[in-house]
Design a protein around this ligand. Sequence first.
Ligand SMILES: N=CN[C@@H](CCC(=O)O)C(=O)O
Ligand SMILES: [Zn+2]
Length: 411
Amino acid sequence: MTTIITNIKELLQVRDTNVLKVSGKDMKHLPTLKNAYLLIDGDTIVDYGIMTDLNNMKADTVIDATGKLVLPTWCDSHTHIVYAGNREQEFVDRINGLSYEEIANRGGGILNSAEKLQNTSEEDIYQQSAIRLQQVMKLGTGAIEIKSGYGLTIEAELKMLRVIKRLKQDFPLKVKATFLAAHAVPKEYKDNKDGFVDLLINEMIPTVAKEQLASYIDVFCEKGYFDLQDTDRILKAGAKHGLIPKIHVNQFNAFGGIEVGVNNKALSVDHLEVLNDNDIEVLKNSETMPVALPSCSFFISIPYTPARKLIDAGLPVALASDFNPGTTPSGNMNFVVSAACIKMKLTPEEAINAATINGAYAMEVGNLYGSITRGKKANIIITKEIPSYAFLPYAFGNNHIDTVIINGQIV
Ligand SMILES: N=CN[C@@H](CCC(=O)O)C(=O)O
Ligand SMILES: [Zn+2]
């Protein structure tokens, strides 16, 4: 079954050879073809070029994209899309003056979601999460990382990871799973954090690894959550079982967590709203992807990751949604790209590179996702008729997507 998309006003992120990440000044460059065609065979991109070279190419289906742009689907490398219920009350509490920290100290926050998740059946969690996954696919996400971390007991963490596994089997988009039991210290371990870290290391990690339920290990390295020593212990224990680190770090405080991540060969360090010069130096000597989550900054009114500074220092940056019930109840990557341009001063080229190729890198799917390259998965967005690609982040909050194709099929 072949599909040809013709008369594409501009085809974005076209890379003849696969580029695994884009850093520094290179992020300003977004390769495109104007007046282009794209040929899909089954679930794979097999060819593209300019319309004048199309000749008599035949296909089972023809999609005319006159006036429209085509780009690879978003690669969202940081989400918590599997959760139970919502936290609107905390949203209202913040409007009325409480901070994220004050809400967490009252037993809200992550512990609130953990209680809800523990009391919800696996089937119900699956159904709630499947609706969200379907929504983000329609908003152009074609590869996604999903974390556990609202279970906090071994049973509830496994329940979450089984839901992620089922979503992976049932949905056409690419799903990567991360084990994040070190998300908060459960109530029962309030005065015995070491006991919880021991449980994580001695029981949870080996079980998750044995059942092959995750590729990555995550820790919320933050004051009041897990310190540098906890983070280092957990990452090392994960590594022993083949779990690669991707960590939550520098969201509220900078105290050396990035260095711990880099020393443990983290694939990505995520959040980074608060960064110091040493953090940037450490990142310069690494293969670790810095991941910014601007929707989180927007929603809970915290600083935006200084991504401009990171890119100007020659580093790569990836953009992700952080979709979760507490700090980012939205998985809309189109908004993420807009917010990165508007609030973090990324150019549209930088933001699109960050949300495609660099997002793919941050979940190790760059071999098949993140660019328009022959042999990659046919995961593409066809926009409505719009004047230019800068219009995508510029006209924020509007849906510019006409069609999303995942694995060669319209979703
Ligand atoms: N910061 C830690 N984890 C999530 C929020 C968790 C929550 O509030 O439910 C985040 O990435 O923002
Ligand atoms: Zn997160």
